[in-house]
Design a protein around this ligand. Structure first.
Ligand code: PMP
Ligand code: GLN
Length: 395
């Protein structure tokens, strides 16, 4: 070893992600994992069959750098059908290794050291790290519990002529908020006013239970300055496949592709064929009605149980997640609460302070994932009802 630490100073403050940490703790204590957001059930058979077929058909060498033609065409056609937005498959779509790589490649491509990136907090953990890797300065706008709205003056103050990117996520992990039209229009107006690019992570766009998801690129004047990120992981319950993508006007897409080609070059070829089949055939299989109905049931069940156990929450409008306030049970330290939950109650959850700069805004909250079989949620409910008690000393 050398005298200098192995990890460079940009990444020194980033330890193991909270998702890996809580999953390991859950496994050690045989706790039910409502921490990490991955389904404990299989994705649709017609999609898995398409992956097997793609391997058998010999799609096993490098794919086209910016995405297999069959997939970029399917992505553009799907977006056109659902939103009326037209993207040229060959110049305005880039396929990446999950949304995670899409976020990284986009930030690396667009930002100079010293540029500012505005993000809502709680934020998805990789946003902060990508900012650090690019040498950009993050500016946080807190979504305040219990309603998870921002304060107007805090939002306006975050933007300036130094702002390069608004890094947005709606439907929002971890709060379960789906930003409404007024909120989206407010953000769009700020982007236009300060000449900012909106990088919008919409990986949960098909998982909306209440209200409607409004894609940023559909708002007036926004298509030309928006990079939209999506992923098949959440939409098709195949989080291990890591097929994500970016849709953006050609100049922005070309910039993202420049970074992408030097990080991964091209991503898993047979899975690209399978995701193309998934996007093209989902409606014929009636996939999405069933998908949203089942998820709504899971959400309602878990929210009812948590409320019954004394936690206070605002039912999630979308995503895999719900946030709850632990103070009624006497807990205001999320890390201690999640440790107690995992080791004593037998149900793991995520302490959200990992997603906040302003830790005090999240210390009294906990994130639960409901992307699990009903049977898993029922088993978790039994443990919660039996073992989740107010902290000693609390009436
Ligand atoms: N963005 C958000 C908001 C997420 O919750 C996740 C995790 N599912 C990702 C990005 C990463 O997605 P992927 O697994 O496709 O890399
Ligand atoms: N997106 C998932 C979550 O929010 C986890 C992704 C990961 O483990 N990196 O829980």
């Amino acid at each position: 070893m050398t005298k200098r630490p192995a990890l460079n100073s940009k990444l020194a403050s980033f330890g193991t992600t909270i998702f890996a940490e809580m999953t390991q703790l859950a496994n050690e204590h045989a706790a039910i994992n409502l921490a990490q957001g991955f389904p404990d059930f299989e994705g649709p058979t017609f999609v898995a069959d398409a992956a097997r077929r793609a391997i058998a058909d010999g799609h096993n060498q490098y794919a086209r750098m910016a995405g297999a033609p069959v997939l970029v065409e399917a992505i553009a056609a799907d977006l056109d059908r659902r939103t009326g937005l037209h993207y040229d498959p060959l110049t305005e779509v880039v396929v990446t290794s999950g949304a995670t790589e899409a976020i990284h490649a986009t930030i690396m491509a667009l930002c100079e050291p010293g540029d500012e990136i505005v993000m809502l907090e709680p934020y998805y953990d990789s946003y902060r790290a990508c900012c650090a890797m690019a040498g950009a300065t993050p500016r946080f706008v807190t979504l305040h519990a219990p309603d998870f709205g921002w304060r107007e003056e805090e939002l306006t103050r975050a933007f300036s002529d130094r702002t390069r990117v608004l890094l947005l996520n709606t439907p929002h992990n971890p709060t379960g908020r789906v930003l409404d039209r007024t909120e989206m229009e407010t953000l769009a107006a700020l982007c236009r006013k300060h000449d900012v690019i909106c990088v919008t992570d919409e990986v949960y766009d098909r998982l909306v239970f209440d209200g409607a998801h409004i894609p940023m690129a559909t708002l007036p004047g926004m298509r030309t300055r928006t990079v939209t990120i999506n992923s098949a992981g959440k939409t098709f319950s195949m989080t291990g496949w890591k097929i994500g993508w970016v849709t953006a006007p050609s100049e922005l897409a070309r910039a993202v592709a420049t970074a992408h080609q030097l990080v991964t070059f091209a991503v898993a070829h047979p899975f690209q064929h399978a995701v193309a089949a998934a996007l093209t055939d989902a409606d014929a299989h009636g996939y999405f009605e069933h998908f949203v109905t089942e998820f709504r049931k899971r959400r309602d069940f878990l929210c009812d149980v948590l409320t019954e156990c004394g936690l206070v929450l605002r039912p999630s409008e979308g995503t895999y997640f719900v946030m709850a306030d632990t103070r009624p049970l006497g807990w205001s330290d999320d890390v201690a609460f999640c440790h107690h939950m995992t080791t004593e109650v037998g149900v793991a959850a995520i302490p959200p302070t990992s997603f906040y700069e302003n830790k005090d805004a999240g210390r009294f909250l906990v994130r639960f994932a409901f992307c699990k079989r009903m049977q898993t949620l029922e088993q978790a409910a039994k443990r919660l009802r039996k073992r989740l008690r107010p902290r000693p000393g609390i009436a």
